[in-house]
Design a protein around this ligand. Structure first.
Ligand code: ATP
Length: 211
């Protein structure tokens, strides 16, 4: 079911380091409301949250350091362990989904960007996952070598660590096959923004037509 029929929601996705934040920051400068699953995920696992307590029970006391979730430790705990991943998802996904619905309901701009790193990975067979909320899917696309370079520079992780994460995400060709719109972020930010300006006009026109 589409619970936000009155809203025009663009699902924004892309692999690690592809530029989703750069894209959503630009849309925000145009007055477009952004709902970011990463931000919500951090909020629901913040210091003192019930979800953090549940995670600690499931994965051990040492995934919390100084009251905060140690994401690297948690990642280590679930690495190559599908049962642990399923457990993590069972604890966090309902709260993330509820958070997304809450934030979407507060939005006011002509259309909304819903940024979800694993948007397409949330599709499970007949279940359209979070794409069920979206009118269109916008993919930020970069070649893998650019992804590795930018993400490792940003996070201080090794190229191999970034490659491991990329290999667990949907592959580039499959991601592109789901896209209604694609922005190429292999160039500089100016080149990215020029593409986004065209898309912004297109989305405003589509919203007008759908009214
Ligand atoms: P993640 O999913 O890993 O959080 P992301 O898709 O949100 O990543 P960003 O954080 O926007 O990606 O970009 C990754 C890094 O690359 C950042 O350090 C950002 O400043 C940089 N970056 C993004 N776009 C460009 C660009 N066109 N040119 C140079 N650097 C860029």
């Amino acid at each position: 079911m589409q619970p936000f029929l009155h809203k025009f929601i663009i699902g924004l996705t892309g692999g690690i380091g592809s530029g989703k934040t750069a894209v959503s920051n630009w849309f925000a400068t145009q007055g477009i409301d952004i709902v970011d699953a990463d931000v919500i995920s951090r909020t629901i696992t913040a210091k003192g949250s019930p979800i953090l307590t549940e995670l600690q029970k499931a994965f051990g006391a040492d995934i919390v350091v100084g009251g905060e979730l140690d994401r690297v430790a948690l990642r280590g705990r679930i690495f190559n362990n599908p049962n642990a991943v399923a457990r993590l998802n069972a604890i966090t996904h309902p709260a993330i989904r509820a958070g997304i619905h809450k934030e979407l309901s507060k939005t006011k701009s002509p259309y909304v960007i819903l940024s979800v790193p694993l948007l397409l990975e949330s599709i499970k067979g007949e279940d359209k996952g979070l794409t069920a909320l979206c009118q269109r899917i916008l993919v930020v696309d970069v070649p893998v070598d650019v992804q590795i370079k930018r993400a490792s520079q940003r996070d201080g992780q090794s190229q191999q660590q970034i490659l491991d994460i990329i290999s667990r995400q949907i592959d580039r060709a499959t991601r592109l096959a789901y896209a209604d719109d694609v922005v190429d972020n292999s160039g500089d930010l100016e080149a990215l923004y020029a593409q986004l300006a065209i898309l912004h006009d297109k989305y405003l026109t589509l919203v007008d037509k759908s009214l």
